[in-house]
Design a protein around this ligand. Structure first.
Ligand code: SF4
Ligand code: SF4
Length: 253
């Protein structure tokens, strides 16, 4: 079963897509595995926040962190390329993918338990302090450690299938072969300085080469959340990542 985790994730998403009443379409997920004792986890206490947890602080005998990326279909991305407010399709994708991740983690934990492995399911979002906006478990840093991609100028993770989608993770006592981290940059700015499109796309001037005002960015996300509050919890924006070279692929490749 352990060698099959990747297929379990892919098949779960494929079957989930057939559920009725869903607005969102997803492409095939990508999955990475990190050794729970990787020294980079300790670095997160410095780079993210001193309260960021180590895998072993959340699960005794943790061996592996499973990280996965569920890409939105290009139609979701296209819907969010125009205008200042987030599109309703983007709001639905945010809400529905968070639900999908919660159910996928439940499923994986049950499958692992069948082989006597324990797991800790991490919520897809709102793992952060509302005042400082720093997280005790940063899915994007975990994705980097698990070899799913690298950071872009927009402070998000760019995977082989771009940025537009959602990240999930799960810690387990199962020992799974780790994924190799690539050294090469995935962002055109860090690769050869040929792009700053995400900065141009942020209508709110909260993003620059040397600056990211996370509080202002969160205010924008909350404003979108208010607009779509009738749909569910949807504090999101994503304008800087839609209609740019890294939206749906690794543009450096
Ligand atoms: S839009 Fe360009 S500069 Fe910004 S993260 Fe993507 S590739 Fe990098
Ligand atoms: S998510 Fe929105 S507000 Fe935040 S940096 Fe991107 S475009 Fe700007």
């Amino acid at each position: 079963m352990l060698a099959n985790i990747e297929n379990l994730v892919i098949n779960f998403v494929e079957n989930y897509k057939k559920s009725s009443n869903l607005k969102t379409e997803w492409d095939k997920p990508i999955i990475g595995f990190a050794n729970a004792s990787d020294p980079l986890f300790l670095e997160l206490k410095k780079t993210v926040n001193k309260k960021h947890k180590l895998p072993n602080e959340l699960l005794n005998q943790a061996q592996t962190v499973i990280s996965y990326f569920i890409p939105f279909n290009y139609k979701v991305v296209l819907s969010n390329t125009k205008g200042k407010k987030a599109s309703i399709e983007w709001a639905f994708a945010y809400i529905e993918t968070n639900k999908l991740i919660t159910e996928l983690n439940e499923f994986l934990a049950k499958e692992l338990k069948k082989e006597d492995f324990d797991s800790v399911k991490i919520l897809p979002t709102h793992n952060f302090d509302k005042n400082s906006l720093v997280s005790f478990w940063s899915h994007k840093h975990i994705a980097y450690i698990a070899g799913l991609g690298r950071f872009g100028l927009h402070k998000m993770i760019i995977t082989e299938k771009g940025y537009c989608g959602r990240l999930g993770s799960l810690i387990t006592t199962a020992k799974i072969k780790t994924t190799r981290r690539l050294e090469k940059e995935y962002c055109l700015y860090f690769h050869d300085k040929s792009c700053k499109k995400c900065i141009d796309k942020c209508f709110y001037n909260v993003l620059n080469v040397d600056l990211f005002d996370r509080h202002k960015c969160y205010e924008v996300c909350l404003e979108n959340g208010r607009i779509y509050s009738h749909l569910g919890l949807s504090d999101m924006c994503g304008k800087c990542a839609c209609g740019v070279p890294c939206s749906l692929k690794n543009p450096v490749k």
